[in-house]
Design a protein around this ligand. Structure first.
Ligand code: GLU
Length: 432
């Protein structure tokens, strides 16, 4: 079983979507199922409705999953297993006050060393614990040995017990910390491979240590994906619009193109333009670069453009507000200048909008327009053109520019005869 474990705390970030896509691909390749786990344990950070939004995005991107579970539903297991660790002395109650811990943290910062818990509550006797009226947290006992694992992207990893620390697994409110909930949930769902962002790399030895302490013997495999950088070489954050999947969709990028791009960056791929199903055939985690991937919106535009070219015309027409293959074909004519459905929609809207002509062509445009309002239907552009010339005596540049303006609302653009082919059925509406 593989899992994608988003937190419902904000708009879905492209880094998260990339994690979801890779988990989906690996689940297909390994013939294992994919589970969605909504990590809603930190209720103060949850945002109402974000879980549904995430699931809708997964559907839109054709990421199939077996089931959706909510981390908070596992709370009784988190508590039961924390008690199990306490009983087996693999964990201990910690009565250190937040003030004391904050001061120790401050001091560590001043002395430029990492804060480590001083283990002052490790050896409290049972009666010292029971008699203490103060709120307490539960900490896991420090690991006895180094924790090692082989990351499928980063290679061999090794962490000293000192660095893993005797960290908190249950807060004073008796709610699990992120690491405890996550480690337990992966165990309960029998997860075999965890693919996630490298910001979680330092959590992994803690989670392995938790499962070791619980006596769980199965080795979970890990792959930590390098982060995605923006133009300034900084981690893509909420401040970068393009980091939001919702924003990219609203800008007219296709799910298939976003998927293509997120698989392509920081990776060695067989081809540049592909569909998700193709990638399942050849995708290999070993080809993922160890260094960060760089987000390049121009490359995404190029890929989007290629996906738009390959799209069924009828489908494309829906993106621009129609259900007619001809309008889809018309939209494709603009792909030399446009790369998103949003841009194409503006072009198609302009075709149907009242025409704006410069002074130079205004008279010709109006004259031709009047003639076209009563013109018969012509199958061929040449017949249509001949009719206009015969009826108006307008020729040359005046004729072509005016027709362009009438058919596309622009003096420049695709071949006039091509535009005519896909607008002739709407002519009256277009020149009205
Ligand atoms: N909920 C975490 C996140 O959204 C993911 C944790 C994980 O995959 O283990 O970053």
């Amino acid at each position: 079983m593989l899992r994608f474990a988003p937190s419902p705390t904000g708009d879905m970030h492209i880094g998260n979507l990339r994690v979801a896509i890779f988990n989906y691909i690996l689940s297909k390749q390994r013939n294992e199922e994919l589970l969605i786990r909504i990590e809603d344990s930190d209720s103060a950070r949850n945002i109402e409705g974000k879980d549904q939004e995430i699931l809708q995005i997964l559907d839109l991107f054709n990421i199939e999953y077996k089931d959706v579970i909510y981390q908070s539903a596992n709370l009784r297991f988190h508590r039961a297993l924390a008690i199990d660790l306490l009983q087996r002395k693999m964990a201990f109650n910690c009565f250190c006050s937040s003030d004391k811990l904050d001061n120790a943290r401050e001091l560590a910062k001043k002395e430029r060393r990492a804060f480590r818990y001083d283990d002052s509550c490790t050896h409290l006797s049972a009666s010292q614990s029971i008699d203490n009226p103060n709120p307490f947290t539960i900490r896991i006992q420090r690991a006895k040995n180094r924790v090692t694992f082989k990351d499928l992207i980063k290679g061999d990893m090794s962490f000293e017990p000192e660095d893993i620390d005797s960290f908190i697994i249950m807060r004073a409110q008796k709610l699990p910390t992120y690491n405890f909930a996550c480690a337990v949930d992966d165990m309960l769902s029998d997860i075999s491979l965890v693919i996630r962002g490298e910001d979680h790399l330092s959590n992994t030895p803690k989670q392995i240590h938790i499962r070791d302490s619980l006596g769980y013997e199965k080795r979970v495999e890990y792959a930590h994906l390098p982060i995605i950088l923006n133009d300034d070489g900084k981690k893509m954050s909420k401040r970068d619009d393009a980091s939001s999947v919702k924003w990219l969709l609203s800008e007219g990028f296709l799910p298939s193109a976003i998927t293509n791009y997120l698989i392509l960056i920081g990776n060695r791929c067989k081809e540049e333009i592909f569909e998700l199903d193709d990638a399942i055939e050849w995708f290999d985690l070993n080809n993922i670069s160890k260094s960060p991937a760089k987000f390049d919106i121009d490359m995404l535009r190029h890929i989007n453009n290629q996906h738009l070219r390959a799209m069924q015309s009828i489908e494309l027409s829906r993106y621009v507000g129609f259900a007619d293959a001809d309008i889809g074909e018309l939209a494709k004519l603009f792909l030399d200048e446009c790369s998103t459905t949003k841009e194409l929609k503006l072009k198609i809207e302009a075709v149907f909008a009242p025409k704006v002509a410069s002074e130079e062509f205004a008279l010709s445009v109006e004259k031709i327009r009047q003639v076209l309002l009563d013109a018969p239907y012509f199958e061929e552009f040449d017949e249509f053109k001949k009719f206009v010339i015969d009826s108006t005596s307008i020729k040359g540049k005046q004729l072509f520019k005016s027709l362009r303006i009438l058919l596309s609302n622009s003096e420049h653009g695709p071949e006039l005869s091509d535009i005519y082919t896909h607008t002739k059925n709407y002519l009256k509406e277009i020149v009205k």
